[in-house]
Design a protein around this ligand. Structure first.
Ligand code: AMP
Length: 300
């Protein structure tokens, strides 16, 4: 009997299996990853399992979302370990195509999403979201799932994909899963493996700082002040700050003081050679409960 779940490496084999499931009216969820799986990825697999009958996990380190000076070659690749984790979770199919299956000779199309992909990581890494949108569009076409699951760790990526799916009328539902963190607050990431022991001790300060900036903004501190203080704190701790910004949680437009919509604080910083990103919601401003009147008797 073939090993379960099967690992397939061609679009043809992937489609054959997914079409068989769909023929039986079984729903299919796709969880795209670049491998080196950790609890963050696995939480998305669990969400996929709760949401669909069949779960496909793709593992593909996508060259087109890395700039030439970035870490494509160094990016961890551990397919055998990943497979064990996915077997334990009862995944139905692993799709791990080689680069030539994804980008055969002559490949020359690029999906470019405007608006939400232009700020934050899109401003710092201009190649990035074009690469992401192209590979996700291909994965959705190749697999044709009912839904695809992404993590809020890459919040802007979810917004870019939602936009693309809407703009291109792709018949797929996009689900977002919450960020999984270490106990000290550091968001799990395959890139955390690059951190030296000393950097690992400093790394959680990114999350703590963004959380404090968000709390300050919620309490009415001017956004520019709160962000300035956050940036300074990260600078002093040894981060090279790329950005700290407060944005509308829905469309990533910049937030103005006095905003009423849901907001998030986003940050990206280098610690040594490692680029860390994180984001947190801005707590809802609570109206202070009116204090009960103190009666003369109580005051006595
Ligand atoms: P990657 O392998 O880094 O491309 O990530 C694959 C998927 O896992 C993306 O949708 C990420 O947003 C998601 N992901 C990565 N880290 C986490 C995390 N700490 N918590 C939740 N989702 C995550």
């Amino acid at each position: 009997m073939a090993a379960k779940p099967a690992t397939v490496r061609t679009v043809r084999a992937l489609r054959k299996q997914v079409q068989a499931w769909r023929g039986r009216k079984q729903t299919v969820a796709l969880v795209p990853t670049m491998g080196a799986l950790h609890e963050g990825h696995l939480s998305l697999v669990r969400l996929a399992k709760e949401s669909a009958k069949r779960v496909v996990v793709s593992i593909f380190v996508n060259p087109t979302q890395f700039a030439p000076h970035e870490d494509f070659d160094a990016y961890p690749r551990e397919e055998a370990k990943d497979r064990k984790k996915l077997v334990a979770l009862g995944v139905d199919l692993i799709y791990a195509p080689p680069a030539k299956e994804m980008y055969p000779p002559g490949f020359s199309t690029r999906v470019v999403v405007g608006g939400v992909s232009e700020c934050l990581d899109g401003a710092s890494r201009p190649h990035f979201f074009g690469g992401v949108a192209t590979v996700v569009a291909k994965l959705l076409q190749q697999c044709q799932p009912d839904m695809a699951v992404f993590g809020e760790k890459d919040y802007q990526q979810i917004k870019v994909i939602e936009r693309m799916v809407r703009d291109l009328d792709m018949p797929v539902k996009i689900l977002g899963g919450p960020i999984v963190r270490e106990e000290d607050g550091l968001a799990l990431s395959s890139r955390n493996a690059y951190l030296t022991p000393e950097e690992r001790l400093i790394a959680p300060l990114l999350n703590r700082t963004l959380t404090d900036v968000a709390a300050d903004i919620a309490e009415g501190r001017p956004i520019e002040d709160a962000i300035g203080a956050g940036r300074q704190r990260l600078d002093h701790a040894g981060f090279a700050v790329d950005y700290v910004e407060a944005r509308d949680a829905r469309d990533l437009a910049p937030l103005e003081d006095g905003f009423t919509q849901a907001g998030r604080v986003f940050g990206a910083s280098y610690l040594g050679r490692t680029r860390l990103i994180d984001n947190v919601p801005i707590p809802k401003k609570r109206k202070a409960k009116p204090k009960p009147e103190v009666t003369a008797d109580q005051a006595r």
